[in-house]
Design a protein around this ligand. Sequence first.
Ligand code: HMG
Ligand code: MG
Length: 312
Amino acid sequence: MRGHALFEQVPDRVSIFEVSPRDGLQNEAAMVPIEGKKRLVEALVAAGLRRVEITSFVSPKWVPQLGDAEDLAAALVPPEGVTYSALCPNARGLDRALAVGLREIAVFMSASETHNRMNVNKSIADTLRVFEEIVPPAREAGIAVRAYVSTVWGCPYEGAVDPAGALAIAQRLVALGCYQVSLGDTIGVGTPGQTAEIVRRFRDAMPVEQIALHLHDTRGTALANLLVGLELGVRDFDASVSGVGGCPYAPGAAGNVATEDLVYMLHGLGIETGIDLDKLIEAGNVAEQVIGRPLPGKVHRAGPLRVRKPKG
Ligand code: HMG
Ligand code: MG
């Protein structure tokens, strides 16, 4: 920790959890072949990312883009110090993750009933019952379990969401054995004052290391909201290279904050991420090639500072 012109204190380092191969590709019309997915994950790791969510063990009928989860996980051996994770909605998902030797999974649910039902076809109470059956055995098998709570800033079907309900879900997930809960602004509606309220509420009720932020950038407020989280002590942020992605069951949602934009901002504050921005920009180019469309990340489009000769 040290003093800073903008903040009372900033950390020396933060951890970025890369979600593009999962959150990004699940929402693309293109079915990216396994070789393309492998190239993307390897480029992300080469850039210095150490935690990467590579796929989902969900129903291929619900998310066909990730229907090759076993083959991809089998084709990717994490180098020393790198963790690959995958979404897992139920016992079937856990069995699939165990069969390919994954060391980390993530369970996921929403703070609003309607989004939860649209996303996993169950009530919040029934989803928690499913997680009661899979998180403890996953822990016993030596698997780390992360969790997401979606729609904390707002729901596409219900509008405003009660943060007290979201907190109760997060506390239940931690009590079950999840090491961290990533709070989702699934549709990217959050603003900084609201983010301060949400993060303070969670920080006052659980250790800050158990909180991560997963902010979709639909309205361009993700970086401002992340900065509020940083100032309030959060040290774990999810991001998606070049801003690829969304949620197939949250209409109109854009991708997560672009990893390059987050890294550019953090490095500008003198905070270490372990990531090489030039190599990350190369990974963004790989994402664009394998997906086959221009991606929206700002640093991806503009590049780092380029000094040009004035004309004339
Ligand atoms: P269901 O239809 O209610 O499940 O789906 P079911 O248990 O009745 O099973 C129906 C069929 O699916 C059966 O096959 C099962 O075997 C199969 P059939 O007999 O019809 O041939 N099945 C499975 N197959 C493979 N793997 C499994 C599995 N489970 C059942 N694990 C279910 C319930 C949860 C499976 C379904 O709703 C589902 O897969 N939903 C996933 C939706 C999803 O992936 N959404 C996007 C990720 S969440 C997100 O993006 C938000 C996040 O980024 C945070 C944020 O932004 O806020 C995390
Ligand atoms: Mg998401």
